[in-house]
Design a binder for this molecule. Structure first.
Ligand code: PMP
Length: 396
């Protein structure tokens, strides 16, 4: 079978691969503690579920406009005003089947063959894959645990060339949990001002899961609004990963291009989800905040547990629900059977011998680290860290 060369340009996401391997071991009856999860372990809030039930009864069952219902796009504009002090009109908004599709729409709309796209490491797996799909060139900026996993204006300046088309980042960051402050963004904006050809994708899907207050968007800077594509969605903040709804806000020309691409791929997303999304985005955020408070408690526990494990270096995440410790202390060590050369070896060792699933840092462009999710109950987190510690202590 001769499959397309397009398939050779990108890989299956490691995050999904790890979840699949965990499921396979579980199917064999092995008890696996899952610290690889990329989604809230909470139920969707009741008022949103009720809105969906009502939408079914009201027969919202037809094809929807490609960019989403007008009243949903109006609700999204209201949300941007309420939460981000950003002023958009519905023509700036394209609703899609998840932030992942919004990213695909945006990247395929602006990246041409050989365009350079700057992505700070560690980054969410899909950014690089989508750029490769669009035949762009990925240019990574390395950040480290020492720099709090944030880039400096100097690093940004040094990485921009005349071929740079786009800069993609998430704040709060998956996997590092780093959150850029307004002051840090302002310093990056000074660099972008000197290079007007560079567009920015700001992935704000973890906006609400921020332990230090409000998430600042780079689009709030006057010079950036017309060159920034803001990505967001319901998956994380409202525990709605399976409902599949994301959205973007972009200059009208880009929004129109995204509409055109989506019109051929999937059309408008699920009608029921869209009706429920209006309620999610216009209601008080009490359920979201309760969830974030629980994540914050778990984060404290995870920090304590990490401090108890030998050889790890880490920062405290300011947002999202992951810890991203450096584990290279264990490279070159062995339990007498398996030799650990890199983060993927360690993740596989922990899964097969420790029965705890994590995600290798190499999936996020940083081979020194592992991603440990705390989207799991405190009891499971404690059990998982116990196993982690035990398995790591066997490596010499
Ligand atoms: N961006 C980031 C940083 C994510 O972590 C995820 C989900 N893991 C997404 C986008 C995609 O989210 P969605 O479910 O809306 O497609």
């Amino acid at each position: 079978m001769q499959l397309s060369t397009l398939l050779t340009r990108f890989n299956e996401p490691e995050t999904l691969k790890m979840a699949k391997l965990g499921r396979e071991l579980r199917a064999q009856g092995i008890d696996i503690v899952d610290l690889s999860l990329g989604e809230p372990d909470f139920d969707t809030p009741q008022h949103i579920k009720d809105a969906a039930k009502q939408a079914i009864d009201e027969n919202w069952s037809h094809y929807t406009p490609v960019a989403g219902y007008l009243d949903l796009r109006e609700a999204i504009c209201q949300k941007f005003k309420r939460d981000n002090n950003l002023f958009y009109t519905p023509e700036n908004i394209v609703v899609s089947t998840g932030a992942k599709q919004s990213l695909a729409n945006a990247i395929l709309s602006v990246v041409d063959q050989s365009d350079e796209v700057i992505i700070p490491t560690p980054f969410w797996v899909t950014y690089a894959a989508l750029v490769q799909l669009a035949q762009g060139e990925v240019k990574l900026i390395k950040t480290t645990v020492e720099s709090g996993y944030k880039i400096t204006p100097e690093q940004l300046e040094a990485s921009i060339t005349p071929k740079t088309k786009l800069f993609i980042y998430s704040s709060p960051c998956n996997p590092s949990g780093a959150v850029y402050s307004k002051k840090e963004l302002a310093a990056l904006v000074e660099v972008f001002k000197k290079h007007p050809q560079v567009l920015v994708i700001s992935d704000e899907i973890y906006e609400y899961i921020n332990y230090n207050g409000r998430t600042e968007s780079i689009a709030q800077f006057e010079e950036m609004k017309d060159r920034t594509i803001v990505i967001n969605g319901l998956s994380k903040g409202f525990a709605m990963t399976g409902w599949r709804l994301g959205y973007l806000a972009a200059p009208k020309e880009i929004a129109k291009a995204c509409d055109k691409i989506q019109g051929q791929f999937t059309s408008g997303t699920n009608a029921i989800t869209q009706r429920a999304a209006i309620v999610a985005l216009t209601s008080p955020l009490d359920a979201t905040m309760a969830m974030v408070a629980e994540f914050a408690r778990r984060k404290e526990r995870v920090m304590q547990l990490l401090r108890g494990i030998k050889g790890l270096e880490f920062t405290e995440p300011d947002g999202a629900f992951y810890a991203f410790p450096c584990v290279d202390y264990y490279f070159g060590k062995s339990d007498g059977e398996d030799v650990i050369e890199n983060s993927s070896d360690l993740a596989m060792y922990l899964l097969n011998k420790g029965h705890v699933s994590t995600v290798t840092g190499s999936a996020f462009g940083d081979d020194r680290c592992l991603r440990l999710s705390f989207a799991n109950s405190t009891a499971n987190i404690e059990k998982g860290f116990g196993r982690l510690n035990e398995a790591l202590s066997k490596l010499r």
